[in-house]
Design a protein around this ligand. Structure first.
Ligand code: ATP
Length: 320
């Protein structure tokens, strides 16, 4: 393979730049030409494709966001859109593509691969909802951001003897809430995978208060059945304790990537380039139990995500 390209797609995540850098520099090191496609599949359809050199990815390793920009593309979701995308790559003589994004981006990559393009997918999303990789690029940074927020909110919650509901990202996967609860300490963690038991949440808050706890932190993933406003009102009316909600929102997407995210991004990107260079078939590249892994796209997309009941139970034990 002589000419490859890289794009970022879906929601941005810290570490995407580290992955772009590794794709470009490893590709050039192997004697390939590397192109950057702006704004994901949307930019592909518009032909926003430029050649990258080693310098074009200088000074980005430590930065959040993505220098290639990202997008969600409705046009690319159609059969016609995918066909046009493949034709655009052929026009530029690009034989292999690295797609950095979430599960939607991977579905798009699978469609593209059926038009004769070899696609390597990297797990670029803060959600940690890709089943084939233990962690996704950006997840660690996002959880660290949440931990920082918990520390600050705990100070003010203690000062006012208050309950704080902290809403974090995660529409279908509660991993950000779970790991933040595990590492940050929370009276309860609410995730989309488990039905909300409001009686249990209130019981823990009241019991904690009787034991002399000055504050209660409830971490709620955005995909749980109640809004954080409804939840805060319900908790306040049932426990009689002042309850506030804080929605962390997009700040979880930003910031300098952590060591874990830079490492995951760099190692998986290097592997993706190696596979393209070796004329492999399309693959999803991730990390499992400390090793880089690569699966066929179909297998990666259909792997079931297992809910980590152990962590969920441990959070309850630790908050007693
Ligand atoms: P995040 O986890 O941050 O939401 P994502 O990659 O899952 O990232 P999506 O918006 O679901 O984000 O997908 C990104 C893009 O991938 C879509 O805007 C669309 O262009 C493309 N895509 C998704 N599903 C398909 C599909 N079945 N066929 C073709 N393209 C698709």
């Amino acid at each position: 393979m002589k000419r490859i390209a890289v794009l970022t797609s879906g929601g941005d995540s810290p570490g995407m730049n580290a992955a772009i850098r590794a794709v470009v520099r490893c590709g050039i090191d192997k004697g390939m030409e590397v192109y950057g496609i702006s704004r994901g599949y949307e930019g592909l359809l518009d032909g926003e494709i430029r050649q990258m050199d080693r310098n074009s990815v200088g000074d980005i390793l430590h930065r959040g966001g993505t220098i290639l920009k990202t997008a969600r593309s409705e046009r690319f979701r159609t059969a016609d859109g995918v066909k046009k995308g493949a034709e655009m790559l052929r026009t530029f003589g690009i034989e292999g593509l690295v797609v950095i994004g979430g599960d939607g981006s991977m579905r798009g990559a699978r469609e593209l691969s059926q038009h004769g393009v070899t696609v390597m997918c990297l797990p670029g999303t803060i959600d940690n909802d890709l089943n084939y990789s233990d962690f996704t690029i950006g997840f660690d940074t996002a959880v660290n951001t949440v931990l920082e927020a918990i520390t600050k909110l705990r100070d003010t919650s203690s000062a006012h003897d208050r309950t704080t509901v902290i809403e974090v990202m995660g529409r279908h996967c509660g991993d950000i809430a779970m790991y933040a609860g595990l590492a940050g300490g929370a009276e309860a963690v609410l995730v989309p995978e488990v039905p909300v038991d409001i009686n249990e949440v209130c019981r823990r808050i009241i019991e904690g208060s009787h034991r002399g706890k000055l504050h209660s932190i409830i971490i709620k993933a955005e995909g749980t059945e109640m809004t954080s406003g409804e939840l805060a009102r319900l908790i306040e009316s049932r426990t009689g304790k002042e309850t506030r909600k804080v929605v962390l929102g997009y700040l979880q997407r930003g910031g300098n990537p952590t060591l874990n995210d830079r490492t995951l991004a760099t190692l998986t990107a290097a592997k993706a380039v190696e596979l393209l260079y070796a004329d492999s078939t399309s693959k999803a590249v991730g990390m499992s139990q400390g090793a880089v892994v690569a699966y066929d796209l179909e297998d990666a997309l259909t792997m079931p995500k297992e809910f980590n009941q152990n962590i969920y139970d441990l959070i309850s034990i630790l908050s007693k």
